[in-house]
Design a protein. Structure first.
Lengths: 117, 117
């Protein structure tokens, strides 16, 4: 069975600080997909990034970066120079490949990020 | 290009009543998913469709729950004889598993918040 653990329930930082959100996953599949979603106070889940299990390259998109390490089953998310608008709940999710395509998502319990001035 | 829409956005019902929610996916997407999210938790998978076929159902989906996607476009989720434990946010997502539109990521709607009194 697949499982996603986000051990950090809540993180508070001051604007412009860097912050890393941790994600550890468990799966028996050799092919799987990892995702990060953002859920702002409005409630709608917003897709941020997807990584494939066969591609361990880290990725940077503006102030966001992701560190995927299969050896430790981790897929951590760093926000550089955080801003108040980054305040939200962030979810890490896993999808095991099924007939060659991703199907249901298994989510972690989320990390609430509070960025203050 | 419209996103995933859900109706109603909020529903308050008395215990024992039946409720039905509707989800309209992104128009080119052939896969549609239902999730349930309770306070402080990540979304939990309920069921998903590829076109009109319901391909997987979670054990969370008791006999009181039924989902349909009769023409492969919009979907409905019905809960019969609601219980207080059904109070949650019901999320719908869609993705494409076809040709050039193929995407592993799921795009979520704003959700329907159900309160059972």
């Amino acid at each position: 069975a697949q499982k996603v653990t986000q051990a950090q329930t809540e993180i508070s930082v001051v604007e412009k600080e860097d912050v890393t959100l941790d994600c550890v996953y468990e799966t028996r599949d050799t092919t799987y997909y990892l995702f990060w979603y953002k859920q702002p106070p409005s409630g709608e889940l917003v897709f941020l990034i997807r990584r494939n299990s066969f591609d361990e390259q880290n990725e940077i998109s503006g102030r966001y970066s992701w560190n995927f390490q299969k050896s430790t089953s981790s897929f951590n998310f760093t926000i550089t120079a955080s801003q108040v608008v980054d305040s939200a709940v962030y979810f890490c999710a896993l999808s095991e490949a099924n007939t060659g395509t991703a199907s249901k998502l298994t989510f972690g319990t989320g990390t609430r990020l509070q960025v203050t001035l | 290009d419209t996103g995933v829409s859900q109706n109603p956005r909020h529903k308050i019902t008395k215990r024992g009543q039946n409720v039905t929610f509707r989800c309209d996916p992104i128009s080119e997407h052939n896969r549609l998913y239902w999730y349930r999210q309770t306070l402080g938790q990540g979304p939990e998978f309920l069921t998903y469709f590829q076109n009109e076929a319901q391909l997987e159902k979670s054990r969370l989906l008791s006999d009181r729950f039924s989902a349909e996607r009769p023409k492969g476009s919009f979907s409905t989720l019905e809960i019969q004889r609601t219980e207080q434990g059904d109070s949650a946010m019901y999320l719908c997502a869609s993705s494409s598993a076809v040709g050039q539109l193929f995407s592993y990521e799921q795009y979520f709607g704003p959700g329907t918040r159900l309160t059972v009194t």
